[in-house]
Write a protein that binds this ligand. Sequence first.
Ligand code: 2U9
Length: 381
Amino acid sequence: MRTTIRFLKVTEKKQSSYLQDASILLALALLLYLHLIMEVLLQQIEQHKQAITGFSAPNTDALEAFRIQYLGTKGLVKTLMGEMKNVPNEDKRAFGQIMNEFKEFTEARYDALKELLDAQHVDASFKGFDFTLPGDNLPLGSRHPISIVRNRIISIFKRLGFAVAEGPEIEDDWHNFGALNLPEDHPARDMQDTFYINQDPAWLLRTHTSNVQIREMEKGHLPIRMIMPGRVYRNETISARAHCFFHQVEGLYVADNVSFADLKQTLYFFVKEMFGQDVKIRFRPSYFPFTEPSAEMDISCLICGGTGCNVCKQTGWVEILGCGMVHPNVLSNCGIDPNKYTGFAFGTGIERITMLKYQVKDLRLFSENDVRFLNQFTGAI
Ligand code: 2U9
């Protein structure tokens, strides 16, 4: 019984060692085979490279054939990449690198062939073209008259120490109306004049640039000496004298001891710089909820020089802006002590100034983009 067991054990041992030897041999043969495959692949790549270098594409069909043969989804590069599975593990990295280089090589050749073909096309289309002919005239653009005048206003006030401030065109009720001492039932709040945002009527399109003044004052950094140019919106019937949007420039000077005399002198300087040294000015008492006292300012008619004509309706004067001392309520609304500080403010329509300066008769011309109108400003500065 014992002998039999021993015999059996010996036979099993021998058998398993033969099997081990056989499998080692098999593994070695496989490795050799795989290395051979790798060798063959490398040789093939070299041959393909030669063929690719020698490839010429006399037309777009040939170029496309090249792309399909080498770089297409079933092309050579993709097929060779698929051989990665047959490469021995220790060679995979090297093979991957070789394949990447081969792909880049093939793509570079494709780009070069394409460039050559494109250049031939350009050459063909310019065949017989006379390069000494004069070029086409490019029409010169011009700045929009509103921009010309706005820039001029900014540069004049800059010389007086006014900075430029801008703010939102979509505004809340407080910054457009409330803070400006406009009572709830003031006609300027009427739906007729103001565009409210349908989705949320707490928001509106600003009806003047005064919202920027309010926002600047709320910051609490005094003194403030600023002008606020920008687009404003009003629900008006469009005509030669009114539009649903136009441009304003407002000004604000808040500090200690700012007086009405400062306001007059500032505006006098502005008018002379804008319209010429001979222009006269006059102030008429007026009313605005945000200024007290308030005034409207006229300039002597630029057409007749003050003797009376159609433009000034025979009065010799044309109105150009509204102004006044900032109302104490407006100062306190923005957290500024009206007993300590005073300020002046003014506002005018840029379209109005432009119409007077360039004798434009219809406001609609500013927004119609008619080049016959706009071209007239090519030389203006
Ligand atoms: C604040 C305080 C006061 C700005 C002013 C006017 C008078 C005025 C009109 C001119 C033509 C508007 O475009 S227009 O229709 N403007 O008459 N504007 S005083 O007063 C302000 C502004 C802001 C905080």
